[in-house]
Design a protein. Structure first.
Length: 366
């Protein structure tokens, strides 16, 4: 039986993250009463999706009796609302944010909540989509959720919030706010700028490529996927974490300038060695970072471009009670078919799936 220390929860900002929090909470703790705060049009859609139980545009009214408050707004709005919540929230309530920059938010939270009931948070589960329509109850399943406590936060309070988030499926990691911002600048904020730069170079600055973007293959689409992210969210991130982002940018620029020098000197072997180094470093990233608690066993299957072909594959495995833990289309040949990467719980399950699909006439290893 799940125990829930929070009976009344308020979510300020019911978009992708806030809406997903609401849906996840209702999925795991249906008796919790959730109040949403946002614009009327957003609240109407959130109520329709049952991400919240009640709606209001009045922050003070919404948080008065809340046991837990999530600030799921842009960073500038989080900073603006902290003093409002400090006056409006009841004693003993827990307040947390979901912003992707932590040091300034946590410092400001410590100023307005000297009793330590503000705990900075960052669910590293965002996608390039946005809005309540994109919210999903499984967004936090096996996703890293950083909490950034300080000496002010009672250990019992941090455990209380951490245990609650783990009940929603998240994997809670404690990280001090300064370290968080340094790491986020390199693994989250820098990739966003790199994707934007690549898209602008190929689509605008490169005189020939900009006319042939339809030739961009899967690799380019994968790398630039997050260039579709909403710019209004990034405006605050870039402003508040600009020092760390500039440091990471300089490191990237220095790396790219090295590659340019090696090309100018006609030193392809030295440049190729960077490929090997990158491959070795990337292999250190745990496969669990994609959201699974242990590595999965993978196989590749070619599926013909015919109506019902993919359904035939999944039905064949479903008949034998084989669960596909992850699936990805990795290669497409229009009019012919595509290669899918399938991942299974274990090597034994993967071997069973291979035998079944071969018997069904599927080509394995494509």
């Amino acid at each position: 039986m799940r125990t829930n220390p929070f009976r009344r929860i308020t979510i300020i900002g019911v978009g992708l993250i806030g809406g997903s929090l609401g849906l996840a909470i209702k999925r795991h703790f249906p008796s919790v009463r959730i109040v949403g705060v946002d614009r009327k049009s957003v609240l109407t859609r959130a109520l329709k999706r049952r991400a919240i139980d009640a709606a209001t545009t009045d922050v003070t009214r919404a948080v008065g009796d809340a046991d837990l408050v999530f600030l799921a707004t842009p960073l500038s709005e989080i900073l603006r609302l902290l003093p409002v919540l400090a006056s409006a929230c009841k004693p003993g309530s827990v307040i947390s944010d979901v912003g992707s920059v932590k040091l300034e938010v946590v410092n400001r939270g410590a100023e307005y909540f000297p009793e330590g009931n503000f705990i900075g948070g960052h669910p590293m589960a965002g996608v390039e989509l946005s809005g309540i329509e994109a919210a999903h109850p499984l967004l936090f399943e096996n996703a890293i959720y950083v909490l950034s406590p300080t000496y002010l936060n009672p250990h019992a309070l941090v455990r209380r919030l951490g245990n609650f988030l783990e009940e929603l499926g998240a994997r809670v990691v404690l990280l001090d706010p300064k370290t968080h911002d340094e790491v986020a600048s390199a693994v989250s904020h820098l990739p966003q700028l790199a994707a934007v730069a690549l898209m602008n170079v190929a689509g605008q600055r490169h005189g020939t490529a900009r006319n042939y973007l339809r030739l961009a293959a899967g690799g380019f689409r994968d790398i630039t996927r997050i260039a579709s992210s909403r710019s209004d969210i990034w405006k605050d991130i870039l402003a508040i974490n600009r020092g760390e982002i500039r440091r990471s940018l300089r490191l990237l620029i220095r790396e790219l300038e090295l590659y340019a020098r090696l090309l100018q000197r006609k030193s392809p072997l030295r440049l190729i060695s960077q490929f090997a180094n990158a491959r070795r470093l990337r292999s250190r990233i745990p496969k669990t970072m994609k959201g699974f608690l242990h590595p999965l066993s993978e196989m590749y299957v070619f599926v013909q471009d015919r109506p019902g072909a993919l359904a035939r594959l999944t039905t064949a495995l479903g008949r034998e009670k084989i669960n596909i833990k992850d699936i990805e289309l990795v290669k497409v040949r229009e009019g012919s078919g595509g290669t899918f990467r399938l991942a299974f719980e274990s090597a034994q399950t993967s071997r069973r799936a291979e035998r079944i699909l071969k018997n069904e006439g599927f080509e394995i290893g494509g």
